[in-house]
Write a protein that binds this ligand. Structure first.
Ligand SMILES: [Zn+2]
Length: 283
């Protein structure tokens, strides 16, 4: 038996992942989806079911109108739909039954629209506390995004407190992206970018997001482009692996193929639902 540590790799043996998160289901999401699809990056779009179809005052300098319920499934089909509370309420300020209602009524209706259970949530205004985290857990959410920029590439410690790397208006955006794309890393790393589609109209800066995703798309060989939910599922599958005492056999009970780098620097694909012999491990 040798050392039995291993390192989680993402699909394709990649060590890095890049994900996006955009809120509110605004009509600018249509342009964002087109842009993200053009460059092959993946986003989680967080919607409030109760405000879908809302039309903002045309006298406003830019629109914050929302997409229509009937377009949700098709529009976001290459991405992920997450919850954002029914009416975009500060959930920390509501009494618990109404906070639960805001979370559940949003979730049940969005699930009917997209045809699958929702995994992800974004805290409206970024406000949350332990109670709100618990409501999300009870509602079946697996992860929730805050608005706290870390400027780091660490995987989340607590999926219900997913802190993004930065907002797209962050002046360090391109510098951070370059650092992420060029860095050599042993442990898995994540770049998590967030914002709102209407901000690009408001600040007249669509070039910011195009520059960011077209840059990062060049590193497809090294970076796994995935939705928030896909990344959480993958990490969970890695954590579920069952090891023999001598480390030579690993069972993957999940439905996702998991890749690791063994202590000997070997990449191994641990097939979903299968036992893998990773060879003799010398003493
Ligand atoms: Zn919002």
């Amino acid at each position: 038996m040798g050392k039995r540590f291993d390192v989680m790799l993402f699909h394709g043996g990649k060590k890095k992942t890049f994900t996006l998160s955009y809120d509110d289901g605004v009509i600018q999401d249509r342009r964002l989806v087109e842009l993200f699809d053009k460059y092959g990056v993946k986003c989680t779009f967080n919607l409030g079911y109760g405000v879908l179809d809302y039309e903002s005052d045309p006298k406003m300098p830019f629109s914050i109108s929302k997409v229509k319920p009937e377009e949700v499934r098709k529009l976001y089909e290459n991405h992920e739909v997450g919850g954002h509370s029914l009416y975009h309420s500060d959930l920390t300020a509501l009494k618990s039954p109404y906070a639960m209602y805001e979370i559940l009524e949003d979730k049940v209706n969005l699930e009917r629209l997209v045809g699958k259970p929702l995994k992800m949530f974004a805290y409206p205004f970024g406000f949350f506390n332990e109670d709100v985290k618990n409501y999300l857990k009870i509602a079946g959410y697996k992860g929730a995004r805050t608005v706290v920029s870390t400027h780091s590439f660490d995987l989340p410690d607590d999926p219900l407190e997913l802190n993004p790397t930065c907002h797209h208006d962050d002046e360090k955006l391109m510098e951070l992206l370059r650092q992420f794309a060029e860095m050599k890393t042993i442990k898995p790393a994540m770049f998590y970018l967030w914002g709102h589609g209407y901000e690009f109209d408001g600040h007249d800066n669509w070039q910011v997001i195009e520059e960011a995703v077209s840059y990062i798309a060049q590193f497809e060989k090294d970076i796994w482009f995935a939705t928030n939910g896909e990344i959480l599922d993958y990490i969970k599958a890695y954590k579920m692996l069952e090891y023999s005492v001598d480390g030579s056999m690993i069972y993957n009970p999940s439905a996702i193929d998991v890749e690791i780098m063994t202590a000997f620097g070997q990449n191994e694909i641990l097939k979903a639902g299968q036992l893998t012999q990773i060879g003799d491990t010398p003493l």
